[in-house]
Design a protein around this ligand. Structure first.
Ligand SMILES: *Cc1c(COP(=O)(O)O)cnc(C)c1O
Length: 255
């Protein structure tokens, strides 16, 4: 019996995840990129543990059956959801990323479970993460989030300031700058969406080309969601963050 939770059954989750992996593979082929250059992160906000578990199991089953993609990552916007779901899924050993704004008083709780924070948009949070990450066995992966669309509701440093922030973050002990992250423009015009992703790629190129300490790993581009993953892959995404395409529409608004 498939578990039904939220709007999609576990069978649906498996089928929809396979479709997303196919979309990623097709987008890579169209861009003459290798499919293993792009990893799927499942944005599990508002989804319950059973639904997320179904997705992780479907991913493992697909890879056992011969699919060659890397295991999916998981992303949470809110620390409260992370600390509830992560222990309940710990037996499957998923890799969690924080993908929403992180308040400084939630850093300790987040770092218990998260391998990466993708939403670093100011020096204060970066310093706080650095202080807490020192003493970990592995450095904490951090991504600098830029607001390439300029939409005021969106989190992220202005694109003009993103490269400088990334260079400062890269130099902090305990952190490993993995790249840049953005949420694309909310627009039906694919050219506008793609221009934003291209902007993030240009920031990434500038950071890596700087040769500054700690920038040598910063090749990542976390961009593209259910509606615009093809545009993001075309512009160089290395991680696409997918919610609704796998889990169905959320009952509550996006966090
Ligand atoms: C919810 C969310 C996503 C996934 O969005 P979908 O449109 O549901 O695929 C990706 N990134 C962030 C930061 C999110 O909050």
């Amino acid at each position: 019996m498939p578990v039904r939770s939220g709007v999609v059954s576990s069978d649906d989750v498996a089928r929809r995840l396979a479709q997303v992996q196919e979309r990623v593979a097709a987008a890579c082929a169209a861009a003459a990129r290798r499919p293993d250059e792009v990893r799927v992160l499942l944005a599990s906000k508002t989804m319950d543990v059973a639904t997320v578990r179904a997705a992780l199991l479907a991913d493992t089953a697909a890879r056992t059956a011969g699919a060659t993609h890397a295991p999916v990552l998981l992303g949470e916007n809110r620390v409260q959801e992370l600390v509830t779901k992560a222990p309940a899924l710990a037996d499957l050993e998923p890799t969690w990323h924080v993908i929403g704004p992180l308040q400084s008083n939630k850093v300790n709780a987040a770092l218990r479970w998260a391998a990466a924070v993708e939403s670093v948009a100011d020096d204060a949070l970066a310093r706080r993460l650095s202080g807490r990450a020192q003493g970990r066995e592995q450095p904490l992966d951090v991504w600098v989030q830029a607001n390439v669309s300029g939409e005021p509701t969106k989190h992220g440093v202005a694109p003009d300031a993103a490269a400088d922030l990334a260079v400062r973050v890269a130099a902090l002990p305990g952190l490993r700058l993995a790249g840049l992250m953005t949420v694309g423009a909310r627009s039906d015009d694919e050219r506008v969406v793609r221009a934003g992703f291209a902007r993030l790629r240009a920031v990434r190129d500038e950071v890596v080309a700087s040769g500054e300490p700690g920038t040598e790993h910063a090749h990542g581009l976390s961009m593209g969601m259910s509606g615009d993953l093809e545009a993001a892959v075309a512009e160089g995404a290395t991680v696409v963050r997918i919610g609704t395409a796998v889990f169905g529409l959320r009952a509550t608004p996006a966090g």
